[in-house]
Write a protein that binds this ligand. Structure first.
Ligand code: C5P
Length: 221
């Protein structure tokens, strides 16, 4: 069913430059997104992986496009989206970026330094806004509190078909490690029904990726 379908996957962090030497980023290692790209390719999909800076090998059969900033990731994804059958938005995109980037390394001084940041553009929300009925869009929510409320709000606000929640409150979930504990909230096709919740045990990121792709495949039936 996934054979010859085209899927976009985003993974890893973004880096927002302050000057030629320094940047703002986060702890994402890209492992979950790379596992998803690998699983999609293993099941026969044509996968384009738009990746922030990570230290991981490109999964077999996957075409990888490297980007650095949130704006570069936005441009790459928006351009690819019309040719895709779906997308899994796994990247930990920076929410803010410096308003101005210095051309030269900022010098140290004894005074406090204030950085002015502006919001980045939301890639998943833009793909959700332009999503066709034949396209599927999957998002992630990494939360530290109010997990279910936040995940459900992102599910509807970004017009996703389902969202994968991981909580930093769960041991073994989140950044860096090889395991994750996910809960999937799906938007039922029946608008009268409430969202569907499926909770999985702590498992490897490969197992979690398989569950996510099983859920995605169920939408294609
Ligand atoms: O950052 P947030 O919790 O809103 O992220 C939820 C989902 O939206 C994730 O799937 C993430 O990859 C995506 N996202 C994005 N572009 C952003 C922020 C988040 O695609 N600028």
């Amino acid at each position: 069913m996934l054979k010859s379908k085209k899927y976009l996957v985003t993974a890893g962090p973004t880096q927002e430059a302050i000057d030629p030497v320094r940047y703002i980023s986060n702890h994402s290692t890209g492992k979950m997104g790379y596992a998803i790209a690998a699983e999609l390719a293993r099941r026969g999909a044509q996968v384009i992986l738009v990746s922030g800076p990570v230290c991981l090998p490109t999964p077999t059969g996957v075409r990888r496009i490297d980007v650095v900033s949130a704006e570069e990731m936005y441009q790459a994804c928006v351009e690819l989206w019309p040719q895709m059958d779906g997308a899994v938005m796994c990247a930990a995109v920076a929410d803010y970026t410096p308003v101005s980037v210095s051309d030269v390394k900022a010098k140290k001084s004894a005074a406090d330094l204030t950085l002015t940041l502006k919001p980045t553009r939301d890639i998943a929300a833009e793909l959700g806004r332009t999503k066709r009925t034949d396209q599927l869009l999957v998002g992630f929510a990494l939360e530290t509190d109010n997990e279910k409320v936040n995940a459900l709000s992102k599910l509807t606000r970004k017009n996703l078909d389902f969202i994968v929640l991981n909580s930093l409150r769960d041991a073994g979930a989140g950044f860096g490690g090889d395991t994750n504990k996910i809960t999937i909230f799906s938007r039922p096709t029946d608008p009268a029904a409430t969202s569907l919740k499926t909770e999985f045990p702590l498992e490897t990121k490969q197992q979690a990726a398989a569950h996510i792709i099983n859920t995605l495949s169920a939408f294609l039936k």
